[in-house]
Design a protein around this ligand. Structure first.
Ligand SMILES: *Cc1c(COP(=O)(O)O)cnc(C)c1O
Length: 423
């Protein structure tokens, strides 16, 4: 089956069995791909995307029609009233930060209802010990959070009690990020949003939608969320966007965010695109399919590594709400071998050997495997792991399932070659 790579025949057999078992999941994933691809094509048709929209603009970028049409395409595909899609967003964290600073004012309070937010957002908010210069806290914006229940699910009861009109924003993080909790479905997010609106009708329900786009048929903004944001070098850029982010949701709120991105008064009317429109349109068009390929890769990884005897989260048969798969390798050496195998399956820099090293913000060494066309793009097959108990790798991405599957097999092969795995 794999004439170009040396994959142990026993691994090949386990791979075949794994694929057999996950066939029902693949059918569900393909149904979501079909639906979302159709929605994306309809978005292109409706917005009248044309060759002329790929033209480059310079300077202030006044009247850049392609930029405005791209916003329309994403708004429709994400089920939102409006969207602001720009390559000028330098990361997911930057996009979320622009949205938070665009929406919140001194004296406002935000309440995160999904436990402690993603690492980089902690510094933006200014959590205790993480007060970065210029953080929300410095601007007099208050923050509180509700813990998740011990099993990692949302504490709806606590939300009912805690939320009052004193909170300007209720903040929800959809993806597990680099934790072991489950990701939240659009239905769960809708339930949180409903409680928030019941207890505080004027609050803004804000969703960090990173890693969630196109994993389900609908997005949070068509199910109770007022606004959401994410990174174009994850799901919604289709592996083609070279950088950027999006903010999507209620028109009045997107407008406020645009004043923060550029200036009060000019907002979305300015910002040249330098010839990036074509690749952003192309990335948008591919995004629903590519997100599904990444989900397939994750489900295959879950099934294969479960068969090899490792702890995995989520399980192969569980419904997915993001593209992340956790594989618990249990031992330091095994974790390193896993990441080295993933690297060997990359189209770019496959000859590089990942090494654990210190990282700012971590209390231990971190190892990362990524051989991507776009630096740091985690819609491409990648794995990150802090070298500490339970020696788990957070893997995600895979531009197409077949290469993603090979990456996972090469990770298993590396464990076998290093004598860390018995079959
Ligand atoms: C990736 C991610 C971010 C931040 O994105 P960067 O591009 O790494 O800055 C924020 N929240 C979640 C849940 C993420 O997965």
């Amino acid at each position: 089956m794999f004439p170009y790579f040396s994959i142990d025949p026993r691994l090949q057999e386990l791979s075949r069995q794994a694929e057999e078992e996950i066939r029902p999941q693949f059918e569900k994933i393909e149904e979501v791909q079909r639906y979302n691809q159709q929605k994306m094509l309809a978005a292109f048709n409706r917005a009248g995307v044309s060759e002329s929209h790929f033209a480059a603009s310079t300077g202030y970028g006044y009247g850049d029609r392609g930029r405005d049409v791209l916003d329309e395409v994403y708004a429709y595909a994400l089920g939102a009233e409006d969207a602001l899609v720009r390559y000028n967003f330098v990361s997911g964290t930057h996009t979320l930060t622009v949205a938070l600073f665009g929406l919140l004012r001194p004296g406002d309070k935000m309440l995160c209802v999904t436990g402690t937010p993603y690492d980089t957002i902690q510094g933006v908010i200014g959590l205790p010990g993480r007060e970065e210069p210029g953080c929300l806290k410095e601007f007099g914006i208050g923050y509180e959070e509700l813990d998740l229940l011990p099993d990692g699910t949302p504490d709806y009861g606590a939300m009912e009690e805690k939320i009052t009109p004193a909170y300007r924003m209720v903040y929800i993080q959809r993806s597990r990020g680099y934790s072991l909790r489950p990701s939240f479905s659009v239905a769960e997010i809708e339930k949180m949003a409903r409680i928030a609106k019941k207890k505080a009708p004027d609050c803004i329900v804000f969703v960090d939608n990173c890693y969630g786009e196109f994993v389900e048929k609908e997005e949070p903004t068509s199910h109770g969320a007022d606004i959401m944001a994410g990174s174009l070098i994850k799901n919604p850029g289709g592996g083609i966007a070279p950088t950027g982010g999006y903010i999507a949701g209620r028109r009045d709120l997107v407008e406020l965010c645009s004043y923060r991105l550029t200036t009060p008064g000019t907002g979305r009317e300015i910002g040249c695109t330098l010839g990036h429109n074509r690749e952003l349109f192309l990335g948008a068009f591919h995004a629903p399919h590519v997100a599904g390929e990444a989900v397939k890769t994750a489900v295959f990884a879950a099934a294969l590594f479960q068969k090899l005897g490792y702890g995995i989260t989520p399980r192969p048969e569980e419904d997915r709400h993001d593209i992340i798969q956790v594989v618990e390798l249990e031992k330091r050496e095994a974790l390193i071998a896993f990441c080295r195998g993933v690297q060997k399956g990359a189209p770019v820099d496959s000859f590089v050997v990942p090494e654990p090293s210190p990282m700012p913000g971590y209390d231990c060494d971190v190892i990362m495997a990524a051989g991507a066309f776009t630096l740091g793009a985690s819609i491409e097959l990648s794995a990150d792991a802090p070298l500490r108990e339970p020696y788990a790798a957070w893997m995600q991405g895979g531009l197409n399932y077949h290469s993603g599957q090979l990456g996972m097999l090469l990770a298993a092969q590396e464990l076998l070659d290093e004598g860390l795995l018995r079959l």
